[in-house]
Design a protein around this ligand. Structure first.
Ligand code: A3P
Length: 295
């Protein structure tokens, strides 16, 4: 049996040039036999962009707004995470095999690593993007608490790694742009975390229309209420406290940390911000994607 210490903080492994959590890299082989179904819906995000939030919204939509039904299991069981693998836990692929249609699936994979079957089956994609600065800060705290990542080092060195794409799942810049471009050939609803913060009801209506469902207005309002940051932080089925605490250590930083836009301002120095902005302009040149870093 693997010594327990070996499960902590292994170095990232590169697959087709993309750095991944070691266990997730190992999960990609078995995933080759995964078969997507045309009525699957895929939730895709770069990490720390609002995946859990939109997952809970979609499960509530699928359950007709029934809060009790959404208490049936933790979010990572209700919405299996395609490439998930951790010592002592069932893999995302294993969970999927027990999930009846219509299925909700989650991934953070860049297109180069996405199982082709999802594209072939024209599986609808709900993509959520979040401004890069808040993602970097959220990711740093996630690296600190989720011990499947390498040690993040100092904030300054982590920010350099983030800008260079030397973090789990690689480049934020490439991820948000390639899924944005996919809209031209594939059914993608491209959402922004900041828009969800600004007007969650409006964004939930967009999701309903995209997945071809409708709900009474009061139910939509209940969903807004139930998926507020505070509610989800207090909900054991969404706050990730059901995973082993030696893998996700909430005493270092909670998974449901702050849930705001603009938190980067309390972390970036003026010099870091200037450097980040200049590099950002270079990496996003020619792309018509626009993010808001404050509301
Ligand atoms: P912070 O670390 O900035 O607080 P993901 O689910 O993709 O891993 O994203 C996690 C981030 O989304 C965390 O950001 C978390 O607090 C935030 N988040 C989760 N649920 C949320 C909600 N209902 N409303 C707003 N933010 C939420």
């Amino acid at each position: 049996m693997e010594p327990v210490q070996d499960t902590y903080r292994p170095p990232l492994e590169y697959v087709k040039g993309v750095p991944l959590i070691k266990y997730f890299a190992e999960a990609l082989g078995p995933l080759e036999s995964f078969q997507a179904w045309p009525d699957d819906v895929l939730i895709s995000t770069y990490p720390k962009s609002g995946t859990t939030w939109v997952s809970e919204i979609l499960d509530l939509i699928y359950q007709g707004g029934d809060l009790q039904k959404c208490q049936r299991a933790p979010i990572y069981v209700r919405v299996p995470f395609l490439e998930f693998k951790m010592p002592g836990c069932p893999t995302g692929f294993e969970l999927l095999e027990d999930t009846p249609a219509p299925r909700l699936l989650k991934t953070h994979l860049p297109l180069a690593l996405l199982p082709q079957t999802l594209l072939d089956q024209k599986v609808k994609v709900v993509y959520v993007a979040r401004n890069a600065k808040d993602v970097a800060v959220s990711f740093y705290h996630f690296y600190r608490m989720a011990k499947v990542h390498p040690d993040p080092g100092t904030w300054d060195s982590f920010l350099e790694d983030f800008m260079a794409g030397e973090v789990s799942y690689g480049s934020w810049y490439q991820h948000v742009q390639e899924w944005w471009e996919l809209r031209h050939t594939h059914p993608v609803l491209y959402l922004f975390y900041e828009d969800m913060k600004e007007n969650p009801k409006r964004e939930i209506q967009k999701i309903l229309e995209f997945v071809g469902r409708s709900l009474p207005e009061e139910t939509v309002e209940d969903i807004v209420q139930h998926t507020s940051f505070q509610e989800m932080k207090n909900n054991a089925m969404t706050n990730y406290r059901t995973l082993p605490s030696d893998l996700l250590d909430h005493s270092i930083s909670a998974f449901m940390r702050k849930g705001i836009t603009g938190d980067w301002k309390s972390t970036f120095t003026v010099a870091q911000n200037e450097r980040f902005e200049a590099y950002y302009a270079e990496k996003m040149a020619g792309c018509n994607l626009h993010f808001r870093s404050e509301l």
